[in-house]
Design a protein around this ligand. Sequence first.
Ligand SMILES: [Cu+2]
Length: 160
Amino acid sequence: MRRLLIAAATLALTLTGAAEAATYRLRGIEVTQPWSRPAAAGTNGAGFFTVVNKGRAADTLTAVETTTARKVEIHKTSMTNGVMSMQRLDAGLALKPGESVTFAPGGYHLMLIGLSKATKAGDVIPATLVFASGARLKVEFPVGAGPNAMPGMDMDHMKH
Ligand SMILES: [Cu+2]
């Protein structure tokens, strides 16, 4: 029994370490576990992460900069009457104090329009998240299956 507990504690430490490695903070903004999916050069890629506004004032994610794509848009996929569609959030993503938003397949996502090169598993896409407050948070999107990969929930047929 004791050995089992030690094993569980070690696992918990390992998982905590992994999560911490992929946490980025600047002022009140915290971004965790960014990731992206493999995609061919010239096509559109996607970026996923969780963003939390831990500050006392509202803020807005207004833009994302990367040299890996021609431009980046903030999108939201939604289902209306059984039809899936995407909206571009031209005003950015507003975050109230304490608000947390997860970008994930089938919901909010960054759309990396016109990849300048192919992205494959193991690659890292550097990007800067730009906020209305002036905060510029540099993050890296590892390319792979993502932290919560669920086979069968793949949205690859939507090309992002
Ligand atoms: Cu999109």
